[in-house]
Design a protein around this ligand. Structure first.
Ligand code: HEM
Length: 179
């Protein structure tokens, strides 16, 4: 399978990044909503640590994905697709990039404002983006929470559309993102 995209399908690098990011982001959303409700203790701290490390990994992966996308052609949408659906497909892709950059950044801001440095798998510690400040921490928490719901809605719309193309329109929109 070619590494690069072609006019008709995605190449292996785009596919790999797409599916790795999808799996990690869905796990991060579930873990994020779950870990908040846990009582303070070792398990909560462990989950917060994982959430931050994998969350920062998303920032790296989505940057690579964007660089790869900008340096590649993208498979074109079927000519039979109505203009509004093409518009919606592009809007959802932009929304993903928006959420996948702002989620990790707002999370990083929460930790900075809380005065809790973030270690990246023990390799290095992220620099703090702001000085510790309780009001800012609460603000970034709210932003992270609402961005999370925005991302959930975007994922539902994107997955629903992909499944509709595959099972109802029976075109190759989903297949071209599969090996
Ligand atoms: C794509 C990446 C990320 C996703 C999808 C994500 C998702 C979430 C979600 C859904 C929550 C629960 C929100 C709530 O109920 O208030 C959450 C909480 C949290 N996230 Fe993230 N997150 C991401 C990246 C990060 C990063 C990179 C950090 C820090 C470096 C981070 C730090 C936090 C913290 C500290 C909380 C708990 C906030 C609190 O206790 O109120 N997140 N995240």
């Amino acid at each position: 399978m070619p590494l690069k995209n072609s006019n008709s399908r995605y190449g292996s690098i785009s596919m790999l990044l797409h599916w790795i990011i999808a799996i990690i982001v869905i796990c991060l959303l579930c873990l994020g909503f779950y870990m908040k409700g846990l009582p303070i203790g070792f398990q909560k701290l462990k989950y917060y640590g994982w959430h931050k490390e994998y969350g920062f990994l998303i920032l790296i992966l989505v940057t690579l994905r964007l660089i790869w996308r900008l340096n590649n052609i993208n498979p074109s949408l079927p000519m039979s697709m109505p203009a509004w659906q093409r518009f919606a497909a592009h809007a959802v892709h932009y929304a993903f990039y928006f959420f996948l950059f702002t989620m990790p950044l707002s999370g990083w801001l929460i930790s900075s404002a809380a005065g809790l440095p973030v270690s990246f798998f023990g390799l290095f510690v992220l620099p703090d983006l702001v000085a510790p400040n309780e009001n800012l921490r609460l603000l970034f928490q709210q932003i992270h929470f609402w961005l999370g719901w925005g991302l959930v809605i975007t994922i539902i719309g994107h997955t629903g559309a992909a499944l509709q193309h595959h099972f109802i329109h029976k075109d190759d929109i989903l297949k071209r993102m599969l090996p």
